[in-house]
Ligand binder design. Structure first.
Ligand code: BG6
Length: 291
């Protein structure tokens, strides 16, 4: 069977050998394998029982990225990265199942989010998360629908954790001449002057309005393994690695795991998107693994 629905997750299997796993909790995609090779990072200390957001894979950030810095915005009281990643999504079903691709859908509406956060953002909405697997390509799309009587503002981001064999060998191309907010350095704004970036210290950057069509994540100096990332309607991209000290402070992340991952997170986080009643918005990413 190309799609297996289990109690806590759904497993997608492509005819040519790739697979993916998506937990109902957060609709978090925790595994993407190309012929048995795992391409996404999932911490060995991650909770998977629905008591804490999953540490790894592709958690969904909605309707707030981080903690809102402005106390007057409607999402100000929400927890870090909003509530989608801590809500249990419903299974909508399989939408495509043929030789070239398998695609499944998950849904979440305002009645399904935790009570304690619902009062902090009392809007009527619907999210649809679509996961599509091809031989060497993964596509994740998020649809947001406003089912309220008034407009609402939101941010959204696909918090993608890539598995890397050795972080010291990784380089990321696509941010040359793009300005970013450096969260590690007092949120100062900088412009990237490098053709490619290396991760050799704590890195937490919000690249805004990235014009690059394809972001390239090169996995090694000598290897030709690369992720090609295309973003759909997601203008910003966050690059994050907690490095040594931050890693030690995270209860759901092993001290050494910073060497094995990098987050490259397409989103819309440098401002808010306003959605009118009955309107929908869609954003997504297409990641191709080449080797
Ligand atoms: C990144 C943020 O997207 O997520 C970082 O830019 C943050 O500032 C990181 O530390 C992880 O967040 P969390 O809430 O999953 O620990």
């Amino acid at each position: 069977m190309p799609v297996e629905v289990q109690e806590d997750k759904v497993i997608l299997k492509h005819a040519l050998g790739s697979s993916a796993e998506v937990y109902f909790y957060g609709a978090t995609l925790t595994s993407w394998k190309y012929h048995e090779k795992e391409l996404l990072f999932l911490s060995k200390k991650s909770f998977l029982n629905g008591t804490k957001a999953i540490r790894g894979g592709i958690p969904l950030v909605f309707p707030q990225f981080g903690k809102a810095s402005d106390s007057s915005v409607a999402t100000a009281a929400l927890p870090q990265h909003g509530f989608a990643r801590i809500s249990k999504f419903e299974w909508i079903g399989v939408s495509v199942d043929n030789e070239s691709e398998v695609s499944v859908r998950f849904g979440l509406n305002d009645t399904q989010i935790p009570e304690n956060v619902r009062k902090d953002w009392p809007k009527k909405f619907k999210l649809i998360f679509i996961v599509t697997l091809n031989d060497d390509t993964l596509r994740t799309n998020l649809i947001v629908k406003n089912e309220d009587k008034a407009p609402f503002d939101f941010q959204a981001l696909l918090h993608t954790y890539y598995s890397v064999p050795d972080i010291s060998k990784v380089s990321i191309e696509g941010f040359y001449n793009v300005s970013y907010v450096d969260k590690v350095n007092n949120f100062i704004t900088n412009v990237d002057n490098d053709q490619s970036i290396k991760i050799d210290q704590e890195t937490d950057r919000i690249y805004a309005n990235v014009p690059t069509e394809t972001i390239k994540i090169n996995l090694g100096d000598e290897s030709n393994e690369v992720f090609l990332l295309k973003r759909i309607n997601l203008k910003d991209t966050v690059v994050w690695n907690p490095w040594i000290d931050k890693a030690k402070g995270m209860s759901d992340y092993d001290d050494d795991e910073y060497k094995q991952m990098v987050c490259v997170e397409p989103g819309n986080v440098s401002n808010y998107i306003t959605l009118n009643p009955e309107e929908s918005w869609e954003g997504g990413q297409i990641i191709q693994y080449k080797h």
